[in-house]
Design a protein around this ligand. Structure first.
Ligand code: KG4
Ligand code: ZN
Length: 331
């Protein structure tokens, strides 16, 4: 089976071709237009998708040496994400599939992030725990099988990717903030500044990152007022440490509560090497799976891959889906 996957939920215009579980080609156009605003401008994201989507699709077809007529179906992200951005992808996929007379399936972006782990690790076995960390989500869920997810805990406010992006902005670093902070932190002393870790003492699996961002702002104001010189790399490293430690700590709590010792990471923040190191250290007795970095941040491969699984199961009916900006793992 050959599936074209399309992903336009936020600021990446991405597509990929999957054949029988193998990714033949994958291309992600990262919209740099948002950099100067320090965050994604929804209207601009939709316009950029509109402009770039068809050339992205042509590119992956060519690279995979597949013609349109060989496609068995199209899988497209239906949510969660920005409404306008999602609509560009969904409308494109619907029109293209109708023209070709093939099926079009709407895919849950969060589920696709989780299943990206199977691309490199088909041996991954259920049940497992997933730390899903992206620009819009921070949650730990238990995965018992395809479509069988239970949420063990999540953030009460900002997502962890937002904490990276907003923190980077305060530090005058580039957007997206996660990779910028990770790079800036490389030579820093992560014990230089003590930033808060919300709910560290709580027995619940829950997160909060809005206080961390405020703590960073107050800290920067204080050192400016006092004329204290602190290396940017030290601040970035300390900020990152606070984030990765709380994530790994709550993941450890989820392992203890559930008794499940197979762990996967998913979502853009899962590309962070310091997070991977922390998880490896804290959960050294668990089986850990980390997707390749290119399959952590938004991509078309995860959509094509999951779409093929659903098409083979024949379990989602063609075209009968709506665009759903607030889609969760439950619906
Ligand atoms: O999954 P994703 O590409 O898009 C959403 O579904 O939100 O995640 C994007 C988020 C951004 O907040 C970005 O700063 C963060 O992932 N991110 C990282 C890294 N690469 C991307 N955060 C920390 N370290 C990274 N290396
Ligand atoms: Zn994502």
């Amino acid at each position: 089976m050959i599936i074209l996957g399309i992903e336009t939920s936020c600021d990446e215009t991405a597509s990929a071709i999957c054949r029988d579980g193998e990714i033949l080609s994958s291309f992600t156009w990262v919209q740099s237009i948002h950099e100067r605003f320090g965050g994604v401008v929804p209207e601009m994201a939709s316009r950029e998708h509109e402009k770039c989507l068809s050339s992205t699709v042509k590119h992956v077809l060519k690279e995979a040496e597949i013609t349109c007529n060989e496609l068995d179906g199209i899988a497209v992200t239906r949510g969660p994400g920005l409404m306008g951005a999602l609509l560009t992808g969904v409308n494109f996929a619907r029109g293209f599939s109708q023209g070709l007379g093939i099926r079009c399936l709407g895919i849950n972006h969060l589920e696709a992030h989780i299943f990206a782990n199977f691309i490199a690790c088909p041996e991954l076995e259920y049940p497992f725990l997933c730390l899903l960390v992206s620009g819009g989500h921070t949650q730990i869920c238990q995965v018992k099988g395809i479509g069988k997810y239970s949420l063990l805990g999540e953030t009460r406010d900002d997502a962890v990717g937002e904490a990276f992006d907003k923190g980077a902005r305060l530090l005058g670093l580039a957007f997206p903030g996660g990779p910028a902070i990770e790079t800036a932190a490389l030579k820093g002393n992560e014990n230089a500044v003590s930033f808060p870790q919300a709910f560290r003492k709580s027995n619940e699996i829950e997160f909060s990152f809005s206080g961390l961002k405020t703590a960073l702002r107050y800290y920067l104001e204080k050192i400016e007022r006092n004329g204290t010189k602190v290396l940017l790399s030290d601040i970035a490293a300390s900020y990152q440490r606070s984030i990765v430690e709380i994530l790994a700590n709550k993941l450890q709590m989820a392992v203890m509560k559930s008794g499940i010792k197979t762990i996967v990471l998913a979502g853009g923040v899962a590309a962070n090497n310091r997070l991977r190191m922390e998880v490896q250290e804290v959960l050294s007795d668990c089986k850990l799976f980390f997707p390749e970095s290119k399959y952590c941040t938004d991509n078309g491969a995860m959509v094509a891959f999951l779409g093929e699984i659903y098409m083979k199961k024949n379990s989602l009916t063609s075209d009968h889906f709506t665009t759903a900006p607030n889609l969760s793992l439950k619906n």
